[in-house]
Design a protein around this ligand. Structure first.
Ligand SMILES: Cc1cc2nc3c(=O)[nH]c(=O)nc-3n(C[C@H](O)[C@H](O)[C@H](O)COP(=O)(O)OP(=O)(O)OC[C@H]3O[C@@H](n4cnc5c(N)ncnc54)[C@H](O)[C@@H]3O)c2cc1C
Length: 413
């Protein structure tokens, strides 16, 4: 069975590795970019994602490249602790939680794909314009070969559309452009060379419903920071979903001029950032359908979500593992694609909606409690929200530690 994967992002690359581990080797990745570069800033991989990558044999490289998160702590805007909980191995998971540069993660996945599937398994410069089902039932992928500037077409038994939030493949399958939704907030992100703070492996969220800052280390001496707040001016819709809009750091530092605590000077951290970007936050409504004939949506193409809760990449990784498992074990390809959608779409849709609530209601309730001095009640509220979120996103500690693996043994293929 041949599989064409559209997009060599975290989702597409993990799908390639998962299919290969499940016994497939006729896999081609089509990537629009002319070169694959280490772009983005920090990304957090909770234990459910780390479990899947570890079962793909990447535990060792992740351990070398990432920082194992020890705790997650929430602070009010005055720097007073509201609530903290252990994370990863410290929370009793069998797998760590890692903070890592997104570009590094993508590079590790690219290297593993090229090593295992061959150097030509990723074809760059292939901008896919649409996917359809051919007369013989196979998937037909139309693309522009940007290296030669000419239209090309690829066929495969199965196509996996992992081409991100603006997925042209998804739009062609639906027959219309899926609108991006926005809550009107913007996320500023950056990395700064800085000394460790708190435990040296802490992830902190500081602020209230008007703005909040998240800081965590992604390598020795490198802190990743992000600031989320309502946008100041009306932005063109075209910028929604674009992760790479550079922005001047001085204006952003002004927003956090009062965030100077004895355990972390956030103002200094932001002001000394080596690179900063603006991400006008966007997601899509949960989709009614992920599978069209022999074409399946995966990752952001299927369920782009607000980047709260560290689950955009994680859910893409879970999609990849389940899809590969189903394709290796179901009686027919159609059963496999149906099984994939049945398992994954309800979960990812719930996470999309939960991330919308985290962006709004949750912080408003917690901040109101903290402002009235009820830090204990605010802590209980946060604890409750985190517990429910872990259950629905697939990283409740007990459930994850005891869940059957999606690795496919040679005997069960
Ligand atoms: C440049 C970039 C920077 C990011 N930075 C961060 C970050 O700092 N922090 C964070 O938490 N998340 C970041 N994300 C998002 C995060 O990586 C994704 O939410 C998550 O990993 C889901 O992955 P995905 O593979 O579904 O989609 P993506 O990671 O978006 O990957 C999609 C891939 O498809 C390719 N593609 C797009 N259109 C086409 C086409 N027409 N034909 C062929 N290929 C196509 C893209 O070039 C990309 O390689 C970033 C995403 C991108 C693209």
């Amino acid at each position: 069975m041949s599989v064409a994967i559209i997009g060599a992002g975290v989702g597409g690359l993990t799908a390639a590795l998962s299919l290969h581990a499940a016994g497939r080797d006729d896999i081609l990745l089509l990537e629009a970019a002319r070169e694959i570069r280490d772009v983005g800033v920090g990304i957090n991989l909770p234990p459910h994602a780390v479990r899947e990558l570890s079962e793909l044999g990447l535990g060792g490289v992740l351990e070398k490249a990432g920082v194992p998160t020890k705790e997650l702590a929430y602070y009010d805007p005055s720097g007073q602790l509201i609530w903290a909980e252990p994370r990863g191995l410290d929370a009793g998971y069998k797998w760590p939680q890692y903070s890592i540069h997104r570009g590094t993660l993508q590079r590790l996945l690219v290297e593993a794909v090229r090593e295992r599937l061959g150097p030509s398994s990723i074809r760059i410069g292939q901008r896919v314009t649409g996917v359809s089902t051919g007369d013989d039932g196979s998937a037909v992928i139309a693309a522009i070969d940007q290296t030669a500037d000419r239209p090309v077409s690829h066929t495969a038994d199965v196509a996996i559309a992992a081409d991100g939030i603006r997925s042209p493949a998804r739009d062609s399958l639906y027959g219309s452009v899926t609108p991006l939704a926005s809550n009107g907030w913007v996320m500023y992100r950056g990395v700064t060379k800085a000394a460790p703070f708190l435990s040296g492996r802490s992830m902190v969220i500081i602020g209230d419903e008007t703005q909040r800052v998240v800081v965590y280390p992604i390598a020795d001496g490198v802190l990743n920071w992000l600031l989320v707040r309502p946008k100041d001016t009306t932005r063109a819709e075209a910028e929604l979903g674009n992760w790479n809009v550079p922005v001047s750091t001085s204006a952003i530092a002004e927003f956090v001029k009062d965030y100077r605590f004895d355990w972390l000077d956030v103002h200094h951290l932001v002001a000394s950032s080596s690179e900063s970007y603006e991400y006008p936050m966007a997601d899509i409504d949960p989709l009614p359908r992920w599978v069209f004939g022999r074409c399946a949506l995966l990752g952001d193409a299927a369920h782009a979500m607000y980047p709260f809760g560290s689950n955009g990449a994680s859910q893409a990784i879970l999609d990849a593992r389940v899809l590969a498992y189903e394709l290796a074990t179901a009686a027919t390809v159609d059963d496999a694609l149906r099984g994939y959608e049945t398992q994954r779409r309800p979960v990812a849709s719930q996470v999309q909606l939960a991330n919308r609530r985290q962006a709004g209601d949750v912080m408003a309730r917690v901040s109101a409690l903290a402002r009235s001095g009820a830090h204990g009640d605010a802590a209980t509220e946060l604890q409750d929200v985190e517990r429910r979120y872990k259950q629905l996103a697939g990283f409740d500690v007990e459930a994850l530690n005891t869940r059957t693996s999606w690795s496919v043994s040679a005997a069960s293929r």
